[in-house]
Design a protein around this ligand. Structure first.
Ligand code: HEM
Length: 448
């Protein structure tokens, strides 16, 4: 018989879901992946009335396919979400719709094509090695903090030519605060008080948001309409070809913020969760290390494609802990999703967190099993039951970047270090905008 599989932590699942009203104030309000009942992982659809707004949570892959692909034009980013995110990322790629979205997507997509991403592999490897050089030889280490520091340096290097205003300790603290607050502000916005500063998190978040916006606006201004010779430069030039100068500069700042925020926190979480899973299953870790050691000496630009087993592990980590645990749409017209009527103005909330652990879609859904993603094992699987990067026209534009980045960093770390679970440290998944380990993720490291 095969060894028992590692079953990593998830929040407790009550038998019954609490009412929509109660869940505005209980643990679910603070942690979006907590408080889901068993039924959330066995039923296909939930419809809730949240203070007068109807919110649908479909889990059937055919329903999700219709929202993201089949009838995608009918499902825009909700006005509420745009309002909440506007102070941070304005009308950039993530938070615009229709023509404005299409124009921006065309401008940035070439920078994220496989060829462009492959050229960044060397820079990614260097950042991974630099970070690892600061670790103790053996002992406890917060791998979530290590991952965030590394991906932050990479996004600043790769997209903004390493501007130090984006990589300092103060920048890291400010951006983290801005993100935390963006996750929390939803509830106040829903209640109709978007301006209210509720607590320390919101106050620090506001300071962090201002720091990020002002710094990025200054960088964009300094670059001028010619932009410069990097991702930001290409984007500034592309926007100037398409929009009047003032609007182009504003959109450049919006997108700089969008990419800066969307481009490191998600990947950092993917890395931290991958290491946690590897620490929990030493046999999988040994096999991955063997693969990595055989390949790491070759061409860095193709390294990510020569690590199929590590890729299976990453895919499984993104299933169990999707770094974007949920995302929303608003119906522009009436529709039907897998037999459920949707009215104009209804919110459709797509939850990778629920779909990826759904009992009717996955065997032994909570267990860590990278072999699910081995070649040939996807038979019978619906394309939209695995959606860590979303799907359809608005699929994550940075998906290839994220995958190459995560694989190259994991390869360098695994080649040199062994990771084991740290005695007495309780890992605790916390869902806000991203799915992160609350209070960090401490593991033991030792020479491999
Ligand atoms: C493991 C890492 C990542 C995950 C899990 C992730 C997840 C997602 C998801 C689920 C969406 C779709 C949201 C929706 O449909 O509402 C999305 C969109 C997006 N992501 Fe990522 N992402 C990751 C990394 C990145 C990176 C590295 C970048 C940029 C450098 C990035 C930039 C974006 C942008 C700009 C969008 C909006 C695209 C559009 O609407 O056209 N993401 N991401």
């Amino acid at each position: 018989m095969a060894d028992p599989r590692f079953v990593p932590v998830h929040p407790p699942r009550p038998a019954q879901m609490s009412s929509a009203w109660r869940s505005l104030f209980n643990e679910h309000a603070r942690n979006s992946v907590a408080g889901w009942s068993q039924l959330a992982f066995t039923e296909w659809h939930t419809r809730r009335n949240v203070l007068g707004t109807i919110v649908h949570i479909p889990r059937h892959p055919a329903a999700i396919e219709r929202v993201l692909l089949g009838n995608a034009a009918n499902y825009e980013k909700p006005r509420l979400v745009k309002r909440v995110l506007a102070p941070l990322i304005g009308r950039g790629l993530l938070s615009s719709d229709s023509e404005l979205w299409r124009a921006q997507r065309r401008i940035v997509a070439p920078s994220f094509a496989p060829g462009a991403v492959a050229q960044l592999a060397g820079l990614i490897a260097q950042a991974a090695e630099r970070r690892m050089a600061t670790w103790p030889d053996r002992g406890r280490l917060d791998i979530a903090a290590a991952a965030t520091g590394t991906t932050m340096a990479i996004i600043a290097d790769a997209l903004f030519s390493g501007d130090p205003r984006l990589t300092s300790g103060a920048a890291a603290r400010n951006i983290e605060a801005a993100l935390l607050a963006a996750g929390q502000v939803r509830i106040t916005a829903l209640l109709g008080f978007p301006g209210i500063r509720l607590n320390r998190t919101a106050w620090r978040g506001e300071r962090g948001r201002r720091y990020l916006r002002e710094t990025l606006a200054a960088i964009v201004r300094e670059r001028g309409p010619e932009g410069g010779d990097d991702f930001l430069g290409a984007m500034i030039r592309g926007l100037h070809e398409r929009f009047p100068s003032e609007e182009a500069m504003a959109l450049a700042t919006d997108n700089a913020a969008t990419f800066y925020v969307a481009g490191h926190e998600t990947t950092a979480n993917a890395l931290a969760w991958s290491i946690y899973l590897l620490a929990g299953d030493q046999a999988v870790q040994d096999r991955a290390r063997e693969e990595v050691r055989a390949e790491i000496g070759g061409d860095p630009e193709t390294l990510a494609d020569r690590l199929p087993y590590l890729r299976q592990i990453l895919d499984e980590a993104l299933r169990l802990y999707p770094p974007a645990p949920r995302f929303e749409r608003e119906a522009m017209a009436d529709d039907e999703l897998h037999g459920v009527p949707i009215a104009r103005g209804n919110i459709v909330s797509v939850w990778p967190w629920l779909v990826h652990r759904h009992r009717k879609l996955w065997d032994d859904a909570d267990a860590f099993d990278p072999d699910r993603f081995a070649p040939g094992h996807e038979a019978g699987r619906h394309r939209f039951q695995y959606i860590p990067f979303g799907g359809g026209p608005r699929v994550c534009v940075g998906a290839r970047f994220a995958i190459v980045e995560a694989l190259v960093i994991l390869a360098h770390w695994l080649a040199a270090r062994r990771f084991t679970l740290a005695d007495g440290f309780a890992v605790d998944p916390l869902g806000s905008v991203t799915l992160r380990p609350r209070g960090g993720l401490v593991v033991e490291v030792s020479p491999a």
